[in-house]
Design a protein around this ligand. Structure first.
Ligand code: SF4
Length: 266
């Protein structure tokens, strides 16, 4: 699908939950977010049927995000539904890694190809501070399990304040080199003020090359992270929502006041 700016839109990011088992200081407040009602959350069947239509319209890359997707009950079943859709060339998932040791093999067996894992420091104490209580060693076991299951290549998402030369980022870079993992540095973003920059080691944030649509867990299809434009797939139907989202995709992001990162998975 081509948007009005000549960009090929073929990448769908699907947030399957607004819930998370961590409270990262740059993502949500300590008390968390006002959670969506259960009936507002798309079922796996709704997500799969929407994705089938999106693939028929040109989507070939799908990423599962959250909140934290592994806390959504029976997530391997959704992966199995999606991996059965002909035309998806790249099926991946972004996780904080806390539950990955348990899910790596079932996800692989269900057809998941690869994972991105969040890791902002290699200092366990600092990790507990940034995530407000997360267990660093669980993430390490998650990385081992993903490697063993063959969810490759593993990419590490490292959030930095200003630059990848910050001490924690350098530590993560050295760790990734020692484990032959791919590292990407994501500069802290601010939806309200519209602060964002290009991901180091990726294309995220480069509006000229943007190829994305985002589906929130309550069925809002969003053409841009830094915009409040959204189209409800339950109300409009998949075809209309996709057409309207692609037609209204802004040339570049401005800001978003109506949602938070945990709702849309960055
Ligand atoms: S700000 Fe919007 S247009 Fe720019 S890269 Fe992000 S999603 Fe794409």
């Amino acid at each position: 699908m081509q948007d009005r700016h000549g960009r090929n839109i073929h990448y769908l990011r699907i947030s399957v939950t607004d819930r998370c088992n961590l409270r990262c200081i740059y993502c949500m407040s300590e008390k968390g977010v006002r959670l969506l009602k259960h009936e507002d959350i798309l079922s796996f069947e709704e997500i799969a049927s929407f994705t089938r239509i999106a693939v028929a319209n040109g989507i070939d890359k799908v990423r599962i995000t959250g909140g934290e997707p592994l806390i959504r009950k029976n997530i391997p079943y959704l992966i199995r539904l999606l991996s059965g859709i002909r035309g998806i060339k790249d099926l991946s998932l972004t996780t904080n890694g806390i539950l990955l040791e348990e899910f790596a093999m079932p996800l692989k067996d269900s057809g998941l190809q690869r994972v991105n894992i969040s890791l902002d420091t290699t200092d366990p104490k600092k990790y507990a501070y940034i995530t407000r209580g997360g267990d660093y060693y669980k993430v390490m076991k998650g990385i081992d399990a993903a490697e063993k299951a063959g969810l490759l290549p593993i990419k590490i998402n490292c959030v930095v304040k200003k630059s990848s030369h910050e001490p924690d980022a350098v530590g993560v870079k050295v760790f990734c080199e020692s484990r032959k993992l791919i590292v990407r540095f994501i500069h802290e973003m601010n939806l309200e003020t519209g602060e964002y920059s290009v991901v180091e080691g990726g294309t995220g944030g480069n509006c000229r090359l943007c190829n994305k649509l985002r589906l929130s867990s309550d069925g809002e299809l969003r053409p841009c992270l830094f915009s409040d434009l959204s189209f409800n797939i339950r109300r409009l139907g998949a075809e209309s929502a996709i057409r309207m989202a692609v037609e209204s995709k802004p040339e570049f992001g401005t800001r978003s006041l109506l949602t938070g990162f945990s709702m849309i998975g960055g």
